[in-house]
Ligand binder design. Structure first.
Ligand code: 5AD
Ligand code: SF4
Length: 447
């Protein structure tokens, strides 16, 4: 069967789609890249904000028209909406043939086999452990960046930030066996992968679900141990991860990130808010001061470290003073990137139950714009300061906008455009001297 998978949402979903595609290809199916070429269309859905769910529902509506023209077409949903609203969707959407929850991706090949036999309206959404079959299945040969791979290290989340639906949808945190992750990375290194992105809702708490400590120790980090073991694998040159919760970023992890040469000196560290009062209502157990301490401790070990973050504006009760505290944090950390979200209440979460969504939409939008403008200013200053410096880049390939130049990334996750010398291949390392900067990008000459 020709299968098209459309992915919404986060990198976790992208990774799940890749392993789904690998398992289906292994079972003899062909993965196609357009809806038109498909006999089966699967949407891998996201639930984190209402907007994401509306987008997928809209897409299903459009697809129902396709079905009228091509009655043989089959449809499935996987991902967060399949897990949390699968039964309802199967009932309401006549042309939907199956839903596969977030822990059941390995059941996809047999579900498709059942479809071929004529069965319809199947639902698989049981909770499983983390090490399900196929969680380590990749499709590097189909990737545009076969030198780089995502690796899931855990499923679910135990944090229950008050605004977040993820723990309800993806379930409790379950860490994969460390040996199995290390084996997967070794296999990828053997196939030429040089850069690994470790994925989890909260990577820093990796392993603590097996034996939860009564209090977060300062000298134990299973995640740091995992980083050390991956750092030892020949062929792997860069290790990245997303996202660590600040409350689990203890002394051991800070020292490990600072010390290990392959662990990239760029950190995505979700702040969410710079106001201690808002953080408390968000059930994020740290203060702005504690967060800044982590940033400063990391920079003391690696001064070149860059930071990116997630921020929510317009959380219930967020005053002008609270917002100002977030703006101040942007200034203090000097982020290189920030994903800014306008608060949207999610049914079933604590904040949706306890607090009225009282910041007007226009004010959320204004706060969003203020932070974006702030970020642009900081980016220009950060980038200008890099002019004249030399960096090693991992060459990713020709630039999308201008194929005469190539794009590569520094260890600190900065994009640099440069003129590629003859014979340069995707995934090669190359040294450049930065000659020009804008708020968005850097331009370099090959050394
Ligand atoms: N409203 C707005 N943003 C949210 N996020 C999670 N839940 C919500 C919500 N209800 C944001 C957080 C998280 C990112 C993935 O999405 O910033 O880090
Ligand atoms: Fe959601 Fe918080 Fe878990 Fe992240 S750590 S997935 S924001 S509950």
């Amino acid at each position: 069967m020709n299968v098209y998978i459309k992915t919404y949402g986060c990198q976790m979903n992208e990774r799940d789609s890749e392993s789904a595609a690998a398992m289906l290809a292994e079972a003899g199916h062909t993965i196609v890249h357009t809806e038109k070429a498909a006999d089966l269309i699967i949407l891998n859905t996201c639930s984190v904000r209402e907007q994401a769910e509306l987008k997928a529902i809209g897409k299903l509506g459009i697809l129902s028209r396709l079905k009228r023209e091509h009655p043989w077409l089959l449809f499935g949903i996987m991902g967060c909406m399949a897990q949390s609203r699968g039964e309802e969707l199967l009932e309401k959407i006549p042309h939907l043939d199956f839903v596969i929850g977030t822990d059941n991706i390995h059941l996809l090949p047999e579900t498709v086999a059942e479809l071929e036999k004529g069965r319809r309206k199947m639902r698989h959404d049981l909770r499983m452990g983390a090490d399900t079959p196929g969680i380590d299945a990749h499709r590097l040969e189909e990737s545009e960046q076969p030198f780089s791979a995502f690796v899931s290290i855990s499923r679910g989340c135990n944090r229950f930030c008050s605004y977040c639906i993820v723990p309800y949808v993806r379930g409790p945190e379950r860490s994969r066996e460390m040996d199995s992750i290390v084996e997967e990375v070794r296999m990828l290194a053997g196939q030429g992968v040089k850069e690994i992105m470790l994925l989890g809702q909260n990577v820093a708490s990796y392993g603590f679900d097996r034996k939860p400590p009564s209090e977060m120790p300062d000298d134990v980090s299973h995640f740091a141990e995992l980083l050390s073991r991956i750092n030892d694998i020949d062929g792997i040159r860069r290790i990245r991860f997303t996202s660590p919760h600040p409350a689990y970023f203890n002394r051991r992890l800070i020292e490990t990130v600072g010390a290990l040469p392959k662990v990239c000196k760029s950190m995505h560290l979700p702040l969410q808010s710079g106001s201690d009062l808002v953080l408390k209502r968000m059930n994020r157990p740290y203060t702005a001061e504690k967060y800044l301490q982590i940033v400063n401790d990391l920079r003391a070990l690696a001064p070149q470290m860059t930071f990116s973050t997630d921020i929510i504006v317009g959380f219930p009760g967020e005053t002008e003073a609270d917002f100002e505290a977030t703006r101040q944090m942007m200034q203090a950390v000097r982020y290189d990137n920030a994903y800014i979200f306008k608060y949207s209440p999610r049914k079933g979460t604590v904040s949706a139950k306890l607090y009225p969504d009282d910041v007007p939409q226009t004010e959320k939008e204004r706060r969003n714009q203020v932070l974006l403008a702030e970020l642009e200013k900081i980016n220009a200053e950060n980038n200008n300061a890099l002019v004249g410096q030399d960096f090693e880049l991992l060459a990713e390939g020709p630039s999308k906008r201008n194929s005469a130049s190539w794009m590569g990334k520094t260890d600190t996750f900065k994009q640099v455009f440069f003129k590629a010398p003859d014979g340069l291949k995707k995934g090669d390392f190359i040294n450049v001297h930065i000659v020009r900067a804008t708020s968005m990008s850097l331009y370099g000459d090959v050394i």
